[in-house]
Each structure stands twice: as C-alpha cells, then as structure tokens.
Design a protein around this ligand. Structure first.
Ligand code: ADP
Length: 730
C-alpha cells in the first residue's frame, strides 16, 4: 500500500469514528449548546480544519457568528455578512472557498481574514424541511482543496445535527407549554399548543373522517385544513397501505391506544414520508368512543440519518477490516523471503479483502516462444480447478494485467462484450464478477497478475480496486526483495563454488610444479653434469664446432633449470595467501625489497623515492615480492640516463592502490595486457635478460587477495606507471 493510500485510509477511519462519536453525543446531548459543541468537534476532526464556529440567526434574521474561538469580533462581523443563505432558505448547499484571496465575493473581508491567517473557508448549512436553521463555519490556515469525501462528510454531519436541534426546540416548547397548563387555563393553552406544534395533530371520527387538522398537519402532509377536514383519513394512505389504516381504526374502536407506531404515509404531492404515529381514542362525556386523535411526527429525516449512520458504520467496519488485513499481510511481506510463500499469502489475503471466491496469481514468466505465463498460486479452490488454464497472455481479459495497462474489473464477464471471446478461457471456474490487478516491480517490470473471481455478478467495487492496487504495490516490493535475496544467495553459492575451483586448480598447479621440478630436475642434472664432464675432460680433444655444440647443451640445460625454478616460483607464489592476512606496514616491506635490490640500484645509480605508505592486510613476503619485481623491472628496463623510481599509495573504496612510476623505456599500449602472461616478454635475452615470469607472479599474488594489477600508463621512451591494489581492511 502506498504512503498516500495508507494516509487516506487513516483519514477515512478518523472521519467515520468522528461521525459515530457525534451520533452518540447527539443522542445524549441535553442542550442546544451541547449539540453544537459536539458538531463543531466532529466537523473539525472529520475535515481536518484549523477551527470552526456556529452561525445562528438573530431575532431580526441577521446571521451571527458565535463561538469562533480566537477570532476577532471584527472578523466575525465581516464574515457574517457573507453567510450565503437566509434563515429558512430552501435547497441550501454548502459553500466551499478553497482560497479566500482569490474569491472576489469576499473582497471586503479579506484583510480581516488575512489578519487572522485564514486562507480557506467552508459554510455548511443545517437545514430541515422548514429551511435553514443555522450553519457551521470551518476555517483553514492553508489553502484547502475540498474533496468529494469531505463534502459528503459535512452533509452526513449537518443533517443529524439539524434534527437534534429541532427536536430539542420542540421538547423545550412543550415543556414550557406544560408548565403554563398547570397554571389552569387548560383548553385555551391546549389549543395554542396544538396550533404551534411541529407535529401533525389530527382528529377523526370512527368512520375515519377527518374532524380537525392543525398547522403541523398542513406542513407534514401538504393539505390545507379546509382541504382535509371532512375527507376520509385514507387520503394519507400510501399505495397498498389501506390495511394498515383499517387496523388502526379497529384498535381505536376497541379503546386501545397506539404509541409511536412507525409507518409510511403519503403527502398531497404524492411523496411518501416516514411518520411516527400516536393514536388515542376520544370519548364523549358518557365515556363512549366517538373518534380518535392522532399525532404524526415526520421522521423521514431521522430515517435517512439512521440509514446514513448504518452505512457509515458499515463503511467503518469495512475500513477497519481492510486495515487489519493489510496489517497482517504487511508483517508477512516484511518477513517472507520465499517467493512462493509470499505470493500465496498475498493471494489469500487479497482474496479475503475483496471477498472473492477464487483468487490466483499468475507469474509473468516468458518461455522460449515468449508466450507462457505460469500459474503460481491459487486460493479458494482446488488446484485442479485451475490447472486447465490456457496461456492467459493471449486472452484479451488477462492481457491488460500483464501489459501494465492497469486494472480490469467486470461486473459480469459472461455478459461483457469486451471479453466475450475470452470469457470461456475462465474455463472450469463458474466466474461472473472478475477483477485483475497487475503486480509491477520498482523497475516497471510486470511480475505477474492477481486475479479474482466470484460466481455472483457485481461483487467487486472501485474501493476494493484501490486497496488491491496498494496491496499489489506492497507485494511487488516484497517480491523484488525476495528475488534479490534469491539472486544474492545464488551469487554467493556461485562464488563459493568458483573459489573452491580456484583453490583446487592452484593445488593441482602446485603439486604439478613440485613433481615437475623433482622429476624433471633429476634427468636434467644428469644431462648438465654429463655435458660439463664431457666439456672438462674431452674439451681439448674436440674440434671447434663440436665444442660449440657442447656449449649450447650446457647453456640449454642451465636455462631449462632456471625455467623449472621459475615455474615452481610461480606455482607457489601465492602459497601463504590462504587464511587471514596480517596487517603489514608497507613501508617496511618496501625497505626489505630495496635491500634485496641493493646491487642493481647501486650499479645503475638509481634514485628511489617514495611517499609515506599505509599498512595493508597482506602477507609481508608477498608485498616484498611485488615491490621487488616492479622496482627491479623499472631498473632493468631503463634508458641511457640513470633510473628514477617513485612509489606512492592512495586509498579508494576500501582498497589501497600502490603505484610504481619509472622513467624507463616504456611499453607500447597494445602490450599492456600481454606482458602479464606467463613467459611473455617484449625483448630478446641478449637485450635484457629475464624469463617473462615476474609480472605473471605479481598478478597471481594480487589476485589471491581479490586485488588487481595493471599498466596504468606508459609512453615508449618516457617511462611507465604500474598500479596494484590490496584490501585496506581485513
Ligand atoms: P621479465 O622482466 O623477466 O621479462 P616480466 O614479466 O617482469 O618478465 O616482464 C614482462 C615484460 O614486460 C618484460 O620483458 C618487458 O618487456 C616488459 N616490462 C616489464 N616492466 C617494464 C618496465 N618497467 N618498463 C618497460 N618494460 C617493462
């Protein structure tokens, strides 16, 4: 789930709990003030506003802003002038001003608003059938875009508040009237109460003919008194509601009273309304029942509010369930690195989330023909039921999920003309409602698709679609992680294997070199000794050319011996590299190398200079060998002038990079790699003695530590720079 979706969900939860709290406080509120206070509180929290106020109408009908905490009187007056409706106005709609500064209508109070740092405003009417009773005012410190959800929330709040206020007013009026009654003048006052009541108060005779009709009845049922009196009460019966009325009359005739009976009646304009009836028999002086009085209260608005409340509760429960499920899957996703288990968990939770009968995940794996998608996990049905699925990519109904074209939702696939052709592909499953969501990785690659089905039509909603998209995004991240983890594991195993291979190859080489040096040296020695013996004993008797040939044999044997020693040196060069390497002061290693090179340095009159050098993790003799080979070469491959060699080191990304710079003959760039090969040389033995093994040994050593050696730069006739690396840390 994206961060935005999470916060939207949280907001929705907050809003619905604000509303249910409000409905509770309204049920217990004792005064109009308490009602207003509860309303303001829930509006502020449902709308995330910075403050709120109540608008009421004075006796002269002028709007007044009350309880606007922290806002100056001048500002209140300025805003009160802009209340968008008059007292009692009908069809009033809330007014939202997202940016006060760009609202021309508010030009004269902009300064006042600015002083209070108010940038956005909302006027929300409280109204009933009688029109606007009052209103709420919300303000924001920032510009505010009012969303559809917010606008709906304001209405959901305003209606029950208006009802509660009105009920309070009537109750207060009745209580006042009752107090008056106790004072005596009963019938006069009673008539006044009946006339002023908001409820319909009607009397009828035993035949159901209307005898009296107060102003409340005019308002509730739409008939004027002169239109109603003398006509049968059944004019108020809704279609099919006659039985109900007859039943009431029967009870009245038997002297029974009916209390708060909720039913439906029809107004003059044909509209049906919900009413709560209280009917009592009227008796004459002798106690005989002569008719009935009936009080009808219009409870249509209450019914609407109740329905809204139920709907809200349902939505709240839905949101809670979604949050819980997402929470559950969140912890699974975070912990699971096995792709199969992961996908199974996602498929299960997602199926529960949308209330689908079937759920399945299809992997976007591509075979050689570039066609196949692999059915991966199923939920809510036996695997066999899914197993005959055809290649889904081809089917128009599955395709979009794989092409990142987004969600496909169909209320009834079997009737959906878009997918008529493909519907049979759903094959063995009796699916009508259908929902498909792509699971897309961070890199934009479609990893697969989540599919859901239900045998009943129209089971999946837009909201579910949005939640699923959030879940799919979360799942994609987890799948990416699992894949990376699998790859890393694979790479690690691969590395282990190739290390093992290298170790074995090294061992082979070493044992070959050992046996070669032994086995070869033995006959070689015989050859060398014999030819030297021949030279010494019979040299004088031999002719000039025979002596020369003998000389070649002696020289050849000696070179062969040197070569064998070189191979042995090469094979064993990295011998001590196994096991942990100690920390070695490279300046000290350089010192040893220079001492070993004392002869050539003095003979060539070479200058060796170096910077302070760091410590590195390497076996000391290996580092000595590197310095010795490279500096030895720098002196050997010199020009006419005296050699100058410069050694330095820098640290880069956990590696120490050493460079050895000389002013020698240089190397053509095309030989940069070649010279590191075994026995590879660029010169004849006469020109420069050597066997071409020095750089190969250097390379073998550094590679044992995971390091590298290379010819950094070289210009023939000017000099060369060789670099090599060793790890800075163990
Ligand atoms: P060897 O020195 O025994 O020939 P190396 O493996 O040390 O073997 O060097 C391989 C070849 O690289 C040398 O024959 C030489 O041609 C070239 N080379 C090595 N170091 C230098 C250098 N500092 N300057 C010029 N050429 C060099």
């Amino acid at each position: 789930m994206t961060r935005q979706q999470t916060s939207e969900l949280a907001l929705e939860l907050r809003r619905s709990s604000a509303l249910s709290e409000l409905l509770q406080s309204l049920a217990t509120a004792k005064t109009a003030e308490e009602i207003c206070q509860a309303a303001v509180q829930s509006l502020v929290s449902a709308m995330e506003a910075n403050g709120a106020a109540i608008l009421s109408f004075g006796d002269d009908g002028a709007p007044q802003v009350q309880d606007w905490r922290g806002v100056s009187g001048a500002c209140r007056e300025a805003v009160a002038r802009h209340v968008p409706w008059r007292q009692g106005a009908h069809n009033s709609k809330p007014v939202f001003i997202r940016e006060v500064a760009s609202d021309e209508g508010l030009a004269d109070c902009q300064e006042a608003l600015e002083r209070e740092q108010i940038r956005a405003l909302a006027f929300i009417p409280m109204s009933l059938d009688t029109g606007v009773l009052g209103a709420f005012l919300l303000h924001y410190k920032d510009r505010h875009e009012f969303t559809e959800d917010e606008i709906r929330a304001t209405q959901a709040i305003a209606t029950p508040v208006a009802l509660a206020l009105e009920r309070r007013r009537v109750a207060d009026a009745l209580a006042r009237a009752e107090r008056h009654d106790l004072a005596g003048h009963e019938s006069l006052h009673l008539a006044a109460i009946v006339e002023s009541s908001d409820d319909a108060i009607v009397s009828k005779d035993l035949n159901g003919i209307i005898k009296s009709w107060n102003r409340g009845a005019e308002r509730v049922f739409g008939y004027a008194a002169h239109e109603a009196i003398g006509r049968p009460i059944t004019i108020l019966a809704p279609v099919g509601g006659m039985e109900d009325m007859r039943g009431i009359l029967t009870k009245v005739r038997q002297g029974q009273r009916i209390d708060h009976y909720e039913t439906i009646r029809r107004r003059k304009d044909g509209q049906t309304i919900n009413v709560s009836l209280t009917v009592s028999p009227i008796r004459d002086a002798s106690g005989r029942i002569i008719g009935a009085s009936k009080i009808a209260r219009d409870i249509t608005a209450r019914k609407v509010a109740e329905r809204e409340h139920a709907l809200l509760l349902e939505r709240e429960q839905d949101a809670r369930r979604t949050a819980e499920l997402l929470n559950r899957v969140g912890s699974i996703l975070a912990a699971e690195l096995d792709t199969e288990k992961l996908v199974q968990a996602v498929t299960n939770v997602a199926r529960e989330l949308v209330g689908a009968e079937f759920g399945w995940f299809v992997h976007n794996a591509i075979d050689e023909q570039g066609e196949s998608c692999v059915l991966y996990t199923v939920s809510g049905g036996p695997w066999e039921a899914f197993k005959d699925f055809p290649v889904p990519r081809k089917a128009e109904i599955f395709g979009p999920a794989f092409r990142q074209a987004g969600v496909v939702r169909s209320d009834d696939v079997s009737q959906d003309s878009r997918y008529g052709e493909s519907a049979p592909y759903i094959g063995p499953l009796p699916i009508r409602s259908y929902l498909a969501v792509p699971v897309t990785s961070r890199s934009g690659e479609v990893l697969g698709g989540l599919f859901f089905g239900h045998s009943m039509p129209a089971r999946f909603t837009v909201q579910q679609e949005a939640v699923l998209l959030g879940l799919a995004a979360q799942a994609a991240i987890a799948m990416d992680n699992a894949r990376l983890f699998e790859q890393a594991q694979w790479a690690q195993e691969e590395l282990k294997r190739s290390n093992e291979e290298l170790r074995r190859a090294n061992q082979d080489l070493e044992s070959f070199a050992y046996s070669a040096s032994h086995d070869l040296q033995e006959p070689l020695r015989t050859m060398a000794v014999s030819s030297q013996l021949l030279q010494r004993r019979y040299g004088g008797e031999l002719q000039e050319d025979a002596r020369q040939i003998l000389g070649y044999i002696v020289e050849g044997a000696r070179r062969m011996e040197a070569l064998i020693l070189d191979i042995l040196a090469y094979a064993t060069a990295a011998k001590y590299a196994e096991g942990p390497s100690p920390l070695v002061d490279s300046a000290q290693a350089l010192g040893t190398a220079l001492a070993n090179l004392k002869g050539p340095i003095e003979d060539s009159d070479a200058t060796i200079a170096f910077e302070p050098l760091p410590s590195v993790f390497v076996h000391e003799n290996h580092l000595v060998q590197l310095f010795q080979n490279l500096i030895g070469n720098a002196i050997k491959y010199r020009r006419r002038e005296a050699p100058r060699v410069y050694i330095s080191a820098i640290e880069r990304d956990g590696w120490t990079v050493f460079s050895v710079v000389d002013n020698g003959i240089g190397i053509e760039q095309k030989f940069a790699d070649y010279i590191f090969g075994l026995f590879k040389r660029l010169h004849g033995r006469q020109e420069h003695p050597g066997s071409g093994i020095g750089l190969a040994i250097c390379q073998r050593i550094v590679e044992q530590y995971g390091g590298r050696i290379w010819l950094e730069r070289s210009v023939p006739g000017e000099g060369s720079t060789f670099c090599f690396t060793f790890p800075t840390r163990a």
